[in-house]
Design a protein around this ligand. Structure first.
Ligand SMILES: Nc1ncnc2c1ncn2[C@@H]1O[C@H](COP(=O)(O)OP(=O)(O)O)[C@@H](O)[C@H]1O
Ligand SMILES: [Mg+2]
Length: 365
């Protein structure tokens, strides 16, 4: 106790009490915060507010004394009984620590947190609005895209109808043309169906296991006759295929057909006079690739950069600029991407790269 009498911390107020709870020692900080002097304190009883929470002699009390108590300061009070070595109660010691600064910091943190929460809510609102306007934009694009697609399909159907009519007039077999017409009509129905599905969550059930080589062959069957008959350059374009087996992916066959039809059409349009288009499938590192390479005019830097922008076209009134943005969307929906290589005057190669379907536990390599 004698040693404790020398405590005069500027940080902590210290009081020593005897067994009757009379103050036997007070340091200056304690007097300061109880708004009195050391001399007044020594010999007096514990001030009223402090005895209130002392139910019995041997209570250990820990509490926060608010600013009303001590000149705008917030204090932490620690009060504990002192016992003799024999275990007899001999008095108490009270220690008050100034936690005003910590409290203010805590308050500031709380305020900052509240501000942050508010900002977050504003951000969420803004994001929602953005999503909404993006959805409207997508809707508009989809509508235009569907018109573009249906137009493509109608071209294929009309081309095949012309060929079929000619064949029938000469007593030939038009089965192939009718097959192609059927496939094209089914694709158109699927396109219309997709328009109805906008806004609804993606229907996973329409995804099946498909082989990119088979899909490519389907597209060629449908597109080639129409090209040959109606395309201005149809006759001069040499089409080569190089298909690898087992390029199986999980996807929507009709979407992949649509993507390939768009890329092929662009390739054909890029060829002025005569040229070659190669359609190839291959697999590597867990991905299946479907590549269309042409020996057309190629793309400059600007065109390559804006290739996927909706409504970007270099074909003036003849183009819609929607083909490649649809192809890009289809690639993304299949968790894949498009790889574009192009050189002005040499040609272009566009690869649709989609993750291979996993078989069992181990992914195909
Ligand atoms: N194979 C290609 N070779 C050269 N340019 C291409 C090729 N594919 C696309 N492009 C360029 O990208 C543009 C956008 O293509 P797309 O989105 O299909 O719209 P559109 O065919 O209606 O112009 C085309 O106008 C063309 O300039
Ligand atoms: Mg196009």
């Amino acid at each position: 106790l004698a040693a404790l009498r020398h405590i005069d911390s500027p940080e902590r107020g210290v009081l020593l009490l005897d067994e009757d709870l009379r103050i036997t020692f007070a340091n200056r900080r304690a007097a300061q915060l109880l708004n009195t002097t050391v001399d007044e304190l020594v010999g007096a009883g514990l001030p009223e507010p402090l005895t209130r929470s002392l139910a019995s002699q041997d209570d250990v009390v820990e509490e926060v004394l608010d600013s009303a108590f001590a000149n705008d300061h917030v204090f932490h009070r620690y009060s504990t009984p002192i016992c003799s070595p024999a275990g007899e109660f001999t008095g108490r010691i009270e220690i008050y620590s100034d936690i005003t600064a910590r409290r203010e910091l805590e308050k500031e943190i709380l305020d900052r947190n509240r501000e942050l929460a508010e900002l977050n809510a504003q951000l969420e609102d803004a994001q929602e609005q953005l999503v909404q306007s993006e959805r409207l934009r997508a809707l508009g694009e989809m509508a235009a895209g569907v018109a573009h697609d249906i137009n493509n399909v109608l071209g294929i159907i009309l081309g095949n109808v012309q060929i079929a009519r000619r064949k029938l007039e000469h007593g030939g077999d038009a089965t192939k043309c009718i097959d192609a017409i059927e496939l094209a009509a089914k694709d158109a129905a699927e396109t219309v169906h997709r328009l109805r599905e906008i806004g609804k969550p993606i229907d996973r059930s329409s995804h099946q296991t498909i082989d990119l080589s088979e899909v490519a062959e389907d597209v060629l069957k449908a597109a080639l006759p129409a090209w040959r008959e109606s395309g201005a350059h149809g006759e001069q374009i040499l089409v080569e295929t190089r298909f690898e087996p087992d390029c199986t992916v999980i996807g929507n066959a009709s979407e992949i057909r649509e993507a390939l039809a768009n890329v092929l059409l662009n390739a054909a349009q890029a060829i002025d006079g005569s040229g070659k288009i190669e359609i190839a499938t291959s697999r590597s590192n867990g991905f299946a690739d479907l590549t269309v390479s042409d020996t057309g005019i190629g793309m400059d830097e600007e065109t390559r950069k804006r290739l996927f922008d909706p409504f970007f076209t270099t074909r003036g009134a003849e183009g819609t600029g929607l083909g490649m943005s649809m192809v890009d969307a289809i690639a993304i929906r299949h968790r894949g991407r498009l790889i574009v290589e192009s050189e002005v005057g040499k040609g272009t190669s566009i690869t649709l790269r989609i993750p291979l379907r996993c078989s069992g536990l181990i992914a195909d390599s």
